[in-house]
Design a protein around this ligand. Structure first.
Ligand code: PMP
Length: 359
C-alpha cells in the first residue's frame, strides 16, 4: 500500500504503539483460561441480566445523560452528596476525562512505574509529560513520588492496590503523603481493585478524600462487580473535581444498559461481595501454592498475582499459553496472572510448576 500522509495527526501519535487485541489461547485439552485482564470469573447475576434485558426495550432512546439513578445509588452507597460523584465509560474513560480537564503540553503528570499501562498511554496522548517514579521492592515509593512533584505537576496517580504488582500502601504512609502533596496537585487514588483488599491497614480512599479537596477516588464496575463488558467507572471527589470530569465526558458515555446493570449490581451488592470473597480465597490459595513451589510472589491485595520473571517473562507466558492459559506478560519484567475459577487457577499452577525457572 502507498505511504499515506499523516501530517494532519499530532506528532505525539507517532510515539503511541498501535493497538493489538489480545488473542484467545487454547491448550491441547481444549482449555482456554483467560487470566490476562483481571476480570471477574463470574458471569452476571440473574437480577443484573434481567435489568439489562428490561433496559434493552428502550434502545431507540438516548441514555439519561446525567445517569440520575446510578449517581443517586452511588451517593447513597458511599454516603456522599450526589455532586461528589461523576461517571465515565470505565475508569479508564474517567482518567481520560481528568487528563482532558487538566493536562496539556508543559504539564507534568506523576505516577509510579510499573503501574497501570493506560497511564503512559493517556498522558502521552494528552501532550503532557509523564514522570514515572520507580517502585521500590514492587511497592509505591511515596517519598520519591512526593519528591517528583514540581511547579509544573498538576496530576499525580496512586494506584492502590497497584496493577500489576498487587501491592498496596497503608494508611499511615498514604495520609502523610497526601498531606505533604501541595494544593496545586490533584491526587487521583485509583482504587479499581479496592473490593479485594483484606489488609485492614490499607485505607478506603473514600474516607481519605473528604478532608482533602485535592484528592479524588477512582472506582470501577469492571472488576468486583463483574461488568467489564459494559464500561462503567466512577469518581468520588469534591464538587469542583467531579464537575470537571462531568464537563469532559463524551455525551452519553455511560450507555443505558450499563446504567441499568450498575444500579442492579449495587442492589445485589451482598451477593457480589460473596463472589469477591471466593476470589480472595482463591488468591490466597494460588499465592500459597506458588510460594510453596519456590516462587517469589509479592503479597497481593488485588485479584491477580505478580511474578517477576525478568528475561524469562516471554518464555514463561508462551509456556502458559501452550497450556491454554493466557497471562499478561511485560517483557523483561514479569507476568501478571489474574485469579480465575478454581479450575483455571489449577491449570495455571500446573503450567507454572512445569516451568523450570522458579523464582
Ligand atoms: N485502573 C486500574 C488500576 C486498572 O487496572 C484498570 C483496568 N485494568 C482500570 C483502571 C480501568 O478499568 P475500567 O476502565 O474497566 O474501569
Amino acid at each position: 500500500m502507498a505511504e499515506r500522509n499523516t501530517s494532519y495527526f499530532r506528532a505525539v501519535l507517532g510515539s503511541i504503539p498501535p493497538y493489538r487485541p489480545g488473542r484467545k489461547v487454547v491448550g491441547p485439552d481444549g482449555r482456554s483460561a483467560k487470566l490476562s485482564s483481571n476480570e471477574s470469573p463470574f458471569g452476571p447475576l440473574p437480577s443484573v441480566r434481567e435489568a439489562v434485558a428490561e433496559a434493552a426495550a428502550e434502545l431507540n432512546r438516548y441514555p439519561d445523560p446525567a445517569a440520575t439513578a446510578l449517581t443517586a445509588a452511588l451517593a447513597r452507597r458511599f454516603g456522599v452528596p450526589e455532586e461528589h460523584v461523576a461517571l465515565g465509560a470505565g475508569s479508564v474513560g474517567i482518567l481520560q476525562q481528568i487528563l482532558e480537564a487538566a493536562a496539556e503540553p508543559g504539564v507534568e503528570v506523576v505516577y509510579a512505574w510499573r503501574s497501570f499501562e493506560a497511564y503512559p498511554l493517556l498522558v502521552g496522548l494528552s501532550g503532557a509529560t509523564p514522570v514515572q517514579v520507580p517502585l521500590r521492592e514492587e511497592v509505591h515509593d511515596l517519598d520519591a513520588l512526593a519528591a517528583a512533584v514540581t511547579d509544573r505537576t498538576r496530576l499525580l496517580f496512586v494506584c492502590n492496590p497497584n496493577n500489576p504488582t498487587g501491592t498496596a500502601v497503608r494508611e499511615t504512609e498514604l495520609t502523610a503523603f497526601l498531606d505533604a502533596v501541595p494544593d496545586h496537585v490533584l491526587v487521583i487514588l485509583d482504587e479499581a481493585y479496592r473490593e479485594y483488599v483484606r489488609d485492614p491497614h490499607v485505607p478506603d480512599g473514600v474516607r481519605l478524600y473528604r478532608d482533602r479537596p485535592n484528592v479524588a477516588v477512582l472506582r470501577t464496575f469492571s472488576k468486583a462487580y463483574g461488568l467489564a463488558a459494559l464500561r462503567v467507572g466512577f469518581l468520588v471527589g469534591h464538587p469542583h473535581v467531579a464537575e470537571a470530569v462531568r464537563k469532559t465526558m463524551v455525551p452519553f458515555a455511560v450507555n443505558h444498559l450499563a446504567q441499568a446493570a450498575a444500579v442492579a449490581s449495587l442492589d445485589a451488592e451482598q451477593e457480589l461481595l460473596e463472589r469477591v470473597e471466593a476470589t480472595v480465597k482463591e488468591r490466597e490459595r494460588v499465592r500459597g501454592a506458588l510460594v510453596a513451589d519456590g516462587w517469589t510472589v509479592p503479597e497481593t491485595e488485588a485479584n491477580f498475582v505478580w511474578l517477576r520473571l525478568g528475561e524469562d517473562t516471554l518464555d514463561f507466558a508462551a509456556a502458559c499459553e501452550n497450556a491454554g492459559v493466557a497471562v499478561r506478560p511485560f517483557a523483561g519484567e514479569g507476568a501478571r496472572v489474574s485469579i480465575g475459577s478454581p479450575e483455571d487457577n489449577d491449570a495455571f499452577l500446573a503450567a507454572a510448576r512445569a516451568h523450570p525457572k522458579r523464582r
